[in-house]
Design a protein around this ligand. Structure first.
Ligand code: ADP
Ligand code: MG
Length: 319
């Protein structure tokens, strides 16, 4: 939610047809050199994917899967693909990315009127349910979840939708434009004059589009940002937010304020931004580099650390 497309998006003056719609709990923009009818199809597909992955809707496939405990469930291709990517990253990251973190996320419920911190015994029980080695996965796409497990693909589903949207547009002949789903961005190609698009990293606490601390320039590739200020509550000087350290069962407290990942695909960028937030800058920058991705960390003390060549312009006084 932290990255905003500049390029006069806010004034409605983009050079190609565009669509703006709300899903994934955020504002989504599609802008490409494609027919209006193609844009409508892409929005339809993204809304369909939202209905598949939304664990806050009882009808979604992910909710049905989470209710199937102990029984074999045959997943759709979308869920199978995203689970496959998530499981691979779970292994590579030694558990920093955990798509079975739903039982723990449910305990840190920031939507309730009075926020209550979960107790140690509750957390221990929820963490035991997030042990993916207890789930059974078959090559035919069926899966058996153990009692108490709850899959949560919230760390990657928005990127998967952004990537799908960009692919659909490219398959329909688009060569220029971008998709920006609440800060998860897939760039299709450059502006009409061949130059890069510019995206703004929002200054913490500022209103949508009001102020940025850095600008990102790109004519290709994807970006995703994970930020601690996006969702959560403040209590006793501590910020409890929506990115969980699966080793502790607590919201991550490692000095990271936000992390942006730049790599080829939006699903990977989204999954990696969540992963790197958990890892912190030392481990995270090395991990990103091993995977051919680049990362930009902003720490709570205001310091910035980035992979070399990250396409960022830091703005001193904001904008
Ligand atoms: P946003 O949804 O704000 O764009 P992220 O991409 O970082 O931010 O996703 C955060 C979401 O990922 C959480 O709301 C939760 O659903 C899920 N999540 C939280 N911690 C983890 C984790 N360690 N591994 C995988 N998913 C996580
Ligand atoms: Mg993410």
């Amino acid at each position: 939610m932290a990255v905003i497309a500049l390029n006069r998006d806010l004034q409605g003056g983009l050079p190609f047809p565009k669509r703006v719609f709300f899903a994934y709990d955020t504002r989504n923009v599609i802008c490409a050199d494609a027919d209006e009818s193609v844009l409508d199809q892409v929005v339809g597909e993204c809304l369909r994917l939202h209905r598949v992955f939304n664990r806050f809707s009882a009808d979604s496939e992910i909710s049905q899967l989470n209710r199937s405990l102990g029984r074999s469930f045959t997943c759709s291709d979308d869920v199978s693909l995203l689970l496959w990517l998530s499981l691979a990253l779970h292994g590579e990251s030694e558990g920093a990315f955990n798509p079975a973190i739903g039982s723990v996320c449910d305990l840190w419920d920031f939507s309730q009127e009075r926020f209550e911190k979960p107790g140690p015994a509750q957390l221990e029980r929820a963490l035991a349910c997030a042990d993916l080695s207890k789930a059974g996965f078959s090559d035919d796409g069926s899966i058996i979840l153990p009692e108490g497990m709850s899959l949560d693909l919230g760390g990657v589903a928005k990127g998967y939708a952004a990537e799908r949207a960009a692919l659909m547009l490219m398959q329909a002949g688009a060569g220029r434009g971008f998709v920006n789903f609440g800060g998860t961005i897939a760039v299709i190609g450059p502006k009409p004059d061949g130059s890069s698009w510019t995206f703004g990293l929002q200054r913490e606490g500022s209103a949508y589009g009001e102020s940025f601390w850095a600008l990102l320039d790109a004519a290709e590739g994807s970006f995703a940002t994970s930020a601690r200020y996006y969702r959560g509550v403040e209590e006793g000087g501590v910020r409890y937010h929506h990115i969980i350290d699966p080793r502790m069962g607590h919201p991550v407290q490692n000095g990271v304020s936000e992390v942006t990942v730049h790599c080829a695909g939006a699903a990977m960028a989204d999954a990696l931004s969540t992963t790197l937030f958990v890892m912190g800058p030392d481990e995270g920058l090395a991990f990103a580099s091993d995977l051919g991705a680049a990362a930009l960390f902003r720490m709570q003390d205001g310091s910035v650390r980035a992979s070399s060549g990250f396409p960022v312009r830091i703005l001193e006084g904001g904008r």
